[in-house]
Write a protein of this length. Structure first.
Length: 144
């Protein structure tokens, strides 16, 4: 397991930032674990965000993106959607995170983090209309 990643930021240096993290606007990220739950901390165009998840179980929480529609389409109240998040190690270098949006709008997000030495590859797919667009694509980086 890529245990060195706990409390270490993954990102890109200024030379690589434009090519590696530009697709989703993520400039750095960190996974941290505490018993049967963890956190994914990351920085994107909105700023610093933290998503909590269960390991091998669902954990209820809030999805940390605040620029989505509220009860009325076209109105952006700046709230975070309710979600359920769960994650698991698939093998020694692959960590999968699954998020279900369970609010006024329903959606899903699947993220695979793959580690190789000091490098990380992140692949995200979304199942949602009108939101989660910032979480769809591939990014790569290295340990900072």
């Amino acid at each position: 397991m890529a245990r060195w990643l706990v409390s270490h930021w993954m990102g890109s240096d200024s030379h690589l930032r434009q090519t590696l993290f530009n697709v989703m606007g993520i400039t750095r990220m960190r996974l941290a674990f505490n018993g049967d739950q963890g956190t994914w901390a990351y920085t994107n165009g909105q700023g610093d965000n933290v998503l909590q998840f269960g390991i091998g179980r669902m954990l209820a929480g809030k999805f940390p993106q605040r620029n989505y529609f509220g009860a009325q389409i076209g109105s952006i109240p700046g709230i975070e959607y309710d979600c359920l998040a769960s994650a698991a190690w698939i093998d020694e270098q692959t960590f999968n995170l699954e998020v279900y949006i369970t609010d006024n709008y329903l959606g899903g997000l699947r993220i695979s983090f793959v580690f190789k030495g000091e490098e990380i590859g992140v692949f995200m797919t979304k199942q949602a209309e009108w939101f989660l667009d910032e979480y769809n694509g591939f990014a790569g980086g290295k340990r900072l």
